[in-house]
Design a protein around this ligand. Structure first.
Ligand SMILES: Cc1ncc(COP(=O)(O)O)c(C=O)c1O
Length: 463
């Protein structure tokens, strides 16, 4: 829609004209009508289009800048601010500097020994031959049967022919994006989404359009609005234990999302890295709308990350496009990962490791729950993530202070598709650190965030 039309009837907004203009522009930015990185018209242009004074536009832009929604650079103009996709220090750097790293989700319990045992077996002559050849990751029967079983455990019933092995979930998302969208297409996402999707969209020239969320997660009504306004080709979502908030969509919301997708002819990309950590009965979108859903079931977060393994299932009409995208990107998954994935699933070890990972996370949730609840937030059993809203406090300042005191956390910035980002922290309790370090990290955070309640810290019981 032309900007002038979206800015019509400013008298319906509150306050003086410059504030009304700022309020309307802020809403357009939040809703993704004005995309992150987009240039706003010059003062003179917008004033001309709206038939108002240039000074009014300047004051409105100043107000937006004060609220952190736009940035102006002398000589270049005013742009909608883009939240940087920075992930904080790498875990290896953190370890070297003695920083307790709560930014990374690498929680699988007991995977190393089991994986090593399978790899030793693969190195035996039985499999050595398989390693000499390219395996067809989109057609290999044994691999597809293993994928089918892995998905069945997540409540998703597919035929083996729909399954391919990708080089981790990130690669599966790339394949799914290539198979369903073209450069310039809009892709609907939760207003807070996985930063890897933001990177993919930027690399592939797809425009992410935020769908608003509430405490129950992505809002189906707003998805419908986004479909009407932007005609996205695809919705990318994480219905279970959403990254970064840990929210799981209710059965009713899932049904509504499936209904919108069917009505609007939208592809669904369902990224369920954490499904096996959740024990609720909510059906997968791939079950509610199988003919329009691509389902990503990675092994990184619940079994083992290093070998880069994720199963992707796609509806029949997309299978040729999936195969082409696999060839275009990696030809095929490494045969060693394919044999490893098959063996981990066939032996049942993958399920055992996933169950142990959940148990470890439930124990960690119990450990941090008293502190988290004192800070006014909640911890969900099985979730690697604790989402800590900070109210009026500045998340960047809290994160900087935590880092100064040896604890690394993420703010909402890398997850936010458009400004303003909520003031909140994502704490990863599955981080590969010992329990004493976890306790210490939560103590530090409590001391910083608890503020006036910090005097209670001494009596704080973490166990
Ligand atoms: C929601 C989500 N999807 C995908 C990935 C990528 O995982 P993988 O290691 O399988 O590529 C991550 C990693 O953090 C993630 O959180």
């Amino acid at each position: 829609m032309p900007l002038a039309r979206a800015l019509a009837n400013l008298d319906q907004e509150e306050g003086p004209l410059y504030q009304a203009l700022a309020a309307r522009l802020a809403r357009l930015i939040r809703d993704g009508e004005l995309a992150s990185g987009q240039r706003l018209p010059t003062h003179r242009d917008l004033a001309g289009q709206l038939d108002i004074a240039r000074g009014t536009v300047r004051r409105a832009y100043d107000e937006l800048e004060r609220r952190g929604l736009v940035e102006s650079t002398v000589g270049r103009g005013t742009f909608v601010r883009q939240s940087p996709i920075e992930f904080g220090p790498s875990p290896a750097d953190s370890a070297k500097r003695g920083v307790i790293d709560l930014t990374v989700n690498l929680g699988s319990a007991g995977a190393a020994g089991t994986t090593a045992a399978h790899l030793r077996h693969i190195a035996d002559e039985t499999y050595a031959e398989a390693l000499e050849a390219y395996i067809d990751a989109a057609r290999d029967e044994r691999l597809q049967r293993a994928g089918q079983r892995w998905l069945a455990q997540q409540g998703v019933d597919v035929e083996p022919a729909s399954v391919s092995l990708c080089v981790g979930s990130q690669h599966a998302l790339l394949i799914a994006m290539l198979a369903t969208t073209r450069a310039g297409d809009s892709v609907a996402v939760d207003a807070l989404t996985y930063p890897g999707m933001r990177q993919l969209a930027a690399a592939l020239d797809r425009r992410l359009v935020p769908v608003q969320r509430d405490e129950g997660g992505l809002m189906p009504d707003d998805l419908d609005r986004v479909c009407r306004r932007h005609q996205p080709t695809l919705l990318y979502c994480m219905p279970t234990l959403h990254n970064p908030t840990g929210t799981t969509l209710s059965q009713a919301r899932r049904a509504e999302i499936a209904a919108v997708a069917q009505r609007r002819e939208l592809w669904l990309l369902e990224d369920e890295s954490l499904r096996l950590l959740w024990q609720g009965p909510e059906p997968a979108l791939a079950t509610l709308l199988p003919e329009r859903t691509l389902y990503v079931a990675g092994l990184s977060k619940v079994v083992v990350a290093g070998p880069r393994m994720a199963f992707l299932s796609a509806p029949a009409p997309l299978r040729a496009a999936v195969r082409d995208a696999l060839w275009a990107t990696v030809i095929t998954a490494p045969s060693i990962s394919a044999v490893l994935a098959s063996r981990l699933v066939e032996s049942g070890d993958a399920f055992e490791i996933a169950a142990a990972t959940r148990r470890a996370l439930v124990a960690r949730a119990r450990r941090v729950r008293p502190t988290v609840e004192q800070l006014g937030a909640t911890v969900v059993d099985g979730s690697p993530y604790v989402w800590l809203p900070l109210g009026e406090r500045d998340a960047d300042a809290v994160a900087a202070e935590a880092l100064r005191r040896g604890v690394s956390v993420l703010t909402a910035r890398p997850f936010a598709v458009s400004p303003p980002e909520p003031q909140a922290l994502r704490l990863t309790i599955s981080a590969p650190i010992d329990d004493a370090s976890l306790d210490r990290a939560f103590e530090v955070l409590f001391e910083i965030i608890g503020g006036e309640r910090a005097s209670d810290a001494a009596s704080l019981r973490l166990l």
